[in-house]
Design a protein around this ligand. Structure first.
Ligand code: IPE
Length: 264
């Protein structure tokens, strides 16, 4: 894959691919702080292969919380809208999420993927204190990309005006990264094979929320950040095409092919 060229022949940074690995995919969501080792290994294999083969040249990975983040967040009553001023609560969520982040990084390093962590708690804020409001400076992530690294972000706590610390979901991070870095494609890989209609079939393409609103219910496991409906709303707002798919779709997505539900 060659970098995009500007009109004057200068190298422009190639638009990255932004990939979220859902917490439900890489952890056992119903058992606190437990990895789904097989699923995480398979996802890391697919990422390493795509980078080695050059079907993806610039990649940002975001992972969700699964059984590392959500249990702590809900225990402390913290969500994307409800905050805490208790440092022990902040540390419980952040420590669990950085442990998961480390587990993801270790497996990527085992496969020679030049992955480096980016911890949103240290970087981002909700200066207006509102859900959906997120200030995520992208200079470090963009520079890491230009220097050949694969930044790996994660759902985390986020400093929030008048609320203390709330949760920032991986989906919010994906949206900010995709918009701010001008992503080429966005992928959200989870345990479902796409966005499902009322009969449980994958909806191939979504271009408006109203058309699918009825089919989108809440996540059935503990999920402090909104489930599929919130994901679809956020992904619809992006310029880049987004795909929601299951583990079986990851290789196709990374090859630049269709996977699961296309949202744009
Ligand atoms: C939640 O992130 C992060 C925390 C609870 C700290 P996500 O909402 O993106 O996580 P998953 O993918 O649904 O598990």
């Amino acid at each position: 894959m060659t970098a995009d060229r500007g009109a004057d022949g200068e190298d422009d940074p190639a638009p990255p691919v932004v990939l979220k690995l859902g917490g439900s995919l890489i952890t056992e969501k119903s058992r606190p702080e437990t990895l789904d080792e097989d699923a995480l290994d398979a996802a890391c294999d697919a990422i390493a292969a795509a980078l080695a083969e050059g079907t993806v040249d610039r990649l940002v990975v975001v992972h969700g919380g699964g059984s590392f983040g959500h249990h702590h967040a809900s225990e402390h009553g913290v969500s994307t809208s409800a905050g805490t001023h208790d440092p022990a609560a902040v540390m419980d969520v952040h420590t669990a999420m950085t442990a998961l982040n480390r587990a993801v990084l270790d497996r990527l390093h085992d496969r020679d993927v030049p992955a480096v962590p980016v911890h949103p708690l240290s970087l981002s804020a909700r200066p207006d204190g509102a859900e959906g409001d997120l200030d995520l400076p992208l200079s470090s992530t963009a520079t890491m990309l230009e220097e050949g690294f694969v930044p790996v972000l994660h759902g985390d706590g986020v400093a929030t005006a008048d609320a203390g610390v709330t949760v920032v979901s991986g989906d919010e991070l994906v949206v900010e990264l995709a918009a701010g870095l001008g992503a080429r494609r966005v992928g959200v890989c989870s345990t479902v094979s796409g966005v499902l209609d009322v009969d449980g079939d994958v909806i191939p393409a979504i271009d408006s929320f109203d058309a699918v609103a009825e089919a989108l219910g809440a996540s059935d496991a503990t999920d402090v950040s909104g489930g599929m409906a919130a994901k679809v709303r956020e992904l619809l707002a992006l310029d880049a095409p987004a795909y929601v798919f299951g583990a079986a779709g990851l290789e196709s997505f990374l090859r630049g092919e269709a996977a699961g539900t296309r949202i744009d």
